[in-house]
Design a protein around this ligand. Sequence first.
Ligand SMILES: Nc1ncnc2c1ncn2[C@@H]1O[C@H](COP(=O)(O)OP(=O)(O)OP(=O)(O)O)[C@@H](O)[C@H]1O
Length: 276
Amino acid sequence: MILETTLDDRPEGSDGADQMGHFVTGELDLSHGVALYLEDITVSFDGFKALNNLNLAIDAGELRCIIGPNGAGKTTMMDVITGKTRPDSGKAYFGQTIDLTRLTEPEIAHVGIGRKFQKPTIFEQHTVFENLELAMKTDKRVWKSLLAWLAGDERDKIAETLRLIRLDKEADRQAGLLSHGQKQWLEIGMLLMQEPKLLLLDEPVAGMTDDETMRTAELFVSLAGKHSLVVVEHDMAFVEKLGGLVTVLHEGSVLAEGDLATVQNDQRVIEVYLGR
Ligand SMILES: Nc1ncnc2c1ncn2[C@@H]1O[C@H](COP(=O)(O)OP(=O)(O)OP(=O)(O)O)[C@@H](O)[C@H]1O
């Protein structure tokens, strides 16, 4: 499958564009086992380097946590990956071939990178089921809504997602009536309906109860393998439960990387967190 999208800001005939000015990018290639590759990414705001030669590689199917003190550059890194912020320099690849620095935000979503922000953005007036239906990745969506009918496999997919996010018993409930944690799960379910290969999750358990936090960890662990997940989180109990590699950002660069116990015992990390 070839993704073809018109990009007005790209000159005709430039690299990656065909004669019609359409940008053409290949299918996601995970054959080398790398889902995301950032090399020497620098982002400056008025001379201040929010990211400073940042390097990061996420394996296909990996569950990675990103931690770091306020202002470390976590959000800016997510913004670069999703095309919201353009780096001054550096490389950003999705799989082997997709150069993220050349794609717009919608294109990046389309090639398979889903992002969940801290605040849930669900359709409160609609039911849980309808929210998932609306999020489905299909051009036929308009027709489906018009016909008020869904193909069997699409219904199955919604049912499977409902089970995964533990909302199968709430399918007909108005989304606005869900608890905060359930709303977060619904939004994750909506992302999953788009079949992303890489999920970026920004403080997903903020405001959740301890029980919801642990259930969210179980959900993420179950998603790893099929998806790659990059989770920015301050809640260390949650990070521990996720059990994956942890990357510590500080002043726009990677300060340390390893399992949680290793980075927590790293003297440089301790100093950064204690502000010494
Ligand atoms: N649009 C912007 N203009 C100017 N400075 C910015 C902008 N966006 C981010 N910054 C600065 O860049 C640095 C990194 O910010 P960023 O939000 O990426 O950090 P963070 O690790 O996500 O922090 P937090 O944990 O507080 O969310 C901060 O010093 C921030 O003030």
